[in-house]
Design a protein around this ligand. Structure first.
Ligand SMILES: *Cc1c(COP(=O)(O)O)cnc(C)c1O
Length: 382
């Protein structure tokens, strides 16, 4: 079916651009000899994770325990929860999943270590004998400037190491050092400087642990905005970018150069449902609003292929309406049912609004639907 016949609003993935993004990230990280563990919170879609693993990703990241379950069920065998857990119930769910896949999780407080150790002990006592030796990987998260989670001193990290040593079912894997705030610094030089400062902070922790006799096999972190600098830092052994597969308006505004440039592959297909010609120009209303596009990082952009300035301005989003001003209505008359492709400003929460991805590929007569992928990990509330 041609894209023009797909009912709207719909989440669209252009497969050629998407596959080029996956290939590019895989070959750049491989050339740098850094493991790639893409973040799945960007897409919540097992089919995408499997495409990344097939190209050589070592595993994936998830942002919460429940998000990981559809990926385990789809056959993903190595998942890092790049976050802390909030209580023993989540530790029990994680321990149950750890009987079926290689899992790891972050800690920044001894209580989390206790919950995880207790849950693993109980899960193992009920496990099949062949699984009874499974251990849960634990990474100590360090705060390298984001002021979100993570211990804020090497002594804090050493204290957690002591706590971990009391639990034979837990296994120290290394450090997580992620700085979300620097990913969207627009200037490439300023972003590089900030990433280098964050990496320098990370290496003081690695050194402190090594001085105490504890090696850090894994140092993981980094996102789409910092990955090129993390790969050359000499500190990270693994990177966790997520958005690069899809891209969005916010990342599109980052200044990039060289090979580390990723293409927009994600769109929302919308259709004009009302038009009004006024003195100030033409206003049309499309059927994609807050219930199909996240606007926490700004309103969507109307896609203009080839990067030309768009004659359309998406100016307001209501639940199921998007208001679009047509700046040159004489040249761009929009009629009812006209299709507009929108670029969301933030991919992650946008994916969370949709049950499926409509995957399209360019043919001579335009984009045609190739397959549908369920967004299986969307919307899970626990
Ligand atoms: C969101 C996130 C990432 C991936 O960031 P992108 O901007 O999507 O590339 C990596 N690690 C952690 C801990 C994150 O929260």
């Amino acid at each position: 079916m041609p894209l023009s016949q797909v009912d709207t609003p719909a989440l669209i993935l252009e497969l050629d651009a998407f596959e080029r993004n996956l290939d590019r990230m895989q070959s750049l990280t491989r050339a740098a000899r850094i493991a790639l563990r893409p973040h799945a919170k960007a897409h919540k879609t097992p089919a995408i994770a499997l495409a990344q693993l097939q190209r050589g990703a070592v595993g994936i990241c998830c942002q919460k325990v429940s998000e990981a379950l559809p990926f385990v069920q789809a056959g993903v065998r190595d998942i890092h929860i790049s976050n802390e857990i909030a209580g023993p119930a989540k530790a029990r769910m994680l321990a149950a999943m750890a009987q079926h896949a290689r899992l790891s999780v972050c800690v920044d407080h001894p209580a989390q270590v206790q919950w995880l150790g207790d849950a693993m002990k109980n899960a193992r006592s009920g496990a099949k004998p062949e699984n009874a030796s499974r251990r849960l990987g634990v990474l100590i998260e360090i705060d390298i400037g984001q002021q979100r989670c993570g211990v804020d001193s090497p002594d804090g990290a050493l204290g957690l190491l002591d706590a971990l040593a009391r639990h034979p079912s837990l296994h120290f894997q290394g450090l997580q050092a992620y700085h979300g705030g620097l990913q969207h610094i627009r200037s490439r030089t300023q972003r590089r400087d900030a990433a280098q400062r964050a990496a320098a902070r990370t290496s003081t922790y690695v050194d402190a642990l090594e001085n105490a006799g504890q090696a850090c096999p894994t140092v993981t972190g980094g996102g789409t905005g910092s990955v090129e600098f993390d790969c050359e830092s000499g500190v990270y052994t693994e990177v966790q970018p997520g958005s690069y597969a899809l891209m969005d308006g916010d990342y599109g505004r980052n200044e990039t150069e060289g090979p580390w440039r990723f293409e927009q592959s994600l769109f929302i297909a919308s259709a004009v449902m009302s038009t009004r010609q006024g003195e100030a120009g033409c206003r049309v209303v499309v059927d994609a609003g807050l219930k199909s596009i996240a606007v926490d990082s700004g309103l969507p952009r109307v896609w203009q292929p080839g990067g030309e300035p768009s004659p359309f301005d998406y100016t307001a989003a209501n639940d199921e309406h998007g208001i679009v001003q047509v700046l040159d209505a004489a040249r761009w008359p929009l009629e009812l049912e006209t299709r507009l492709l929108l670029v969301p400003s933030h991919c992650d929460p946008t994916l969370n609004l949709h049950d499926q991805i409509v995957c399209v590929r360019a043919q001579e007569a335009g984009w045609h639907v190739e397959c549908l992928w369920p967004v299986s990990a969307r919307g899970l509330s626990r």
